[in-house]
Design a protein around this ligand. Structure first.
Ligand code: FE2
Length: 411
């Protein structure tokens, strides 16, 4: 099939793309159609590699308001609401919700998802279900599973055993939550357990790290140091790191050195971090997003995730990656022209690095023909006008489409 007249990422000149056997066969300014070849004139629309959701909790998605709403809007009431929902978890119930969420993501041009699954459940119901779903939907979307100890590794009965069991069952990455452990000592010890288990089973690491407005929450320095000393480096990701918003600059300068040396990745979740953050403040209220601008300026890999889709921590959420970029740029003071035009990378190439998608990701001849076509000529307009994701192609096969929105002004 021949796709004509596409603007690929930030290209100024249009190109044609030929897809054969599920791969990008050739990409050039002008390709002549072959006899009998299907041709789609894309009329100068923008093409991107598929969106990558680098941080979401699929096990909790679409549960907001059940059994009750999180009225304080805090992380901790969210955890309490989730605790009250957990008795209702069954495999069928999880399967229905996650299937709906995955299709929502596909309609938004997402093909790769890293989901955190709460493993502080002796039955591991959600984990077992989502590991099954991961295989069932593999032709449409890649799901990477992080074994996430919601209540801690050392502050929950048999937390370490459950983490190890989850990795043995097939989770792709080990998680931790140092800021939620009972003590600072548990915080450090839990990270050591997380690293030991990840190395033992050859897994990635993604830590819910310092998701709290406490400038004394400093799990990150331990994560970065372990990433550096173990050589795991970019196999390690710190998610949230919202306490960094509150660190004093003297500490931040010292910390930045080991962050750069570590080679690790960061994931920020702009909408949810701004929503949950600053809740203990009167005024001024902190926006509680990690220092995306400064980390990026230092050459550290940062991506954006949704975190939550209509659940106890986010009463809204549609899974769209564009919304995360929109909020992230505003909250992070990153609305310079270059920052805007390159910001799609937070939810494409940067996120692909975090997930270790490797050389197969991207629009280049020889790679899998995975790409999306947006109803805009460039990312600036796509972001600003919330452009529809017209087509989502996976190995050359259309897996989701959206009709362009038509607006008529009657004056
Ligand atoms: Fe999270």
């Amino acid at each position: 099939m021949l796709f004509q007249n596409l603007l690929i990422e930030n290209a100024q000149e249009p190109a044609d793309i030929r897809v054969t056997g599920g791969k990008f066969e050739s990409i050039a300014p002008h390709l002549d159609p072959l006899p009998g070849e299907e041709v789609l004139d894309c009329a100068g629309k923008m093409a991107l590699p598929p969106f990558v959701e680098s941080h979401v909790h699929l096990d909790t998605c679409l549960t907001a308001g059940r059994p009750r709403w999180n009225l304080s809007g805090t992380l901790f009431e969210g955890i309490q609401c989730w605790e009250e929902y957990k008795p209702f978890l069954t495999k069928e119930e999880v399967r229905q919700r996650v299937n709906r969420a995955i299709r929502l993501q596909a309609s938004g041009g997402i093909q790769h998802v890293r989901t955190h699954i709460d493993i502080n459940d002796p039955k591991l119901t959600a984990l077992e279900t989502i590991l099954e779903l991961r295989e069932e939907v593999r032709d449409y979307i890649d799901i990477q599973v992080v074994a996430f100890p919601q209540y801690g590794i050392l502050s929950y009965p048999k937390g370490a055993e459950l983490l190890e069991q989850a990795l043995k069952m097939g989770a792709d990455a080990a998680g931790a939550i140092p800021h939620f452990e009972f003590t600072r000592e548990y915080s450090v010890d839990s990270l050591n357990i997380c690293f030991d288990l990840a190395q033992k089973y050859g897994k990635l690491i993604d830590v819910h790290c310092d998701e709290i407005d406490d400038e004394a929450s400093r799990g990150l320095e331990t994560v970065a140091t372990r990433a550096y000393e173990t050589g795991m480096r970019d196999m390690v990701t710190a998610s949230h790191t919202t306490a960094m918003h509150s660190y004093n600059n003297a500490y931040m300068i010292r910390l930045m050195r080991i962050l750069k040396m570590s080679g690790m990745n960061f994931v920020s979740n702009p909408c949810v971090n701004v929503h949950l953050g600053g809740r203990t403040d009167t005024y001024p209220k902190r926006r509680s997003m990690t220092r995306v601008k400064e980390l990026t300026a230092e050459g550290i890999n940062v991506s954006f995730g949704s975190d939550d889709i209509f659940d106890p921590w986010n009463p809204l959420g549609n899974g769209k990656m564009r919304d995360q970029v929109f909020m992230g740029l505003y909250a992070g003071h990153m609305l310079g022209y270059e920052e805007i035009v390159n910001s799609y990378k937070f939810v494409t190439t940067n996120a692909a690095r975090t997930l270790h998608l490797g050389e197969d990701y991207g629009i280049q001849a020889g790679k899998d023909a995975n790409f999306v076509i947006l109803d805009a000529k460039d990312w600036y307009d796509a972001l600003n006008y919330d452009a529809a994701i017209l087509y989502n192609y996976r190995k050359g096969k259309l897996i989701a489409k959206t009709a362009p929105m038509e607006k008529t002004v009657l004056f």
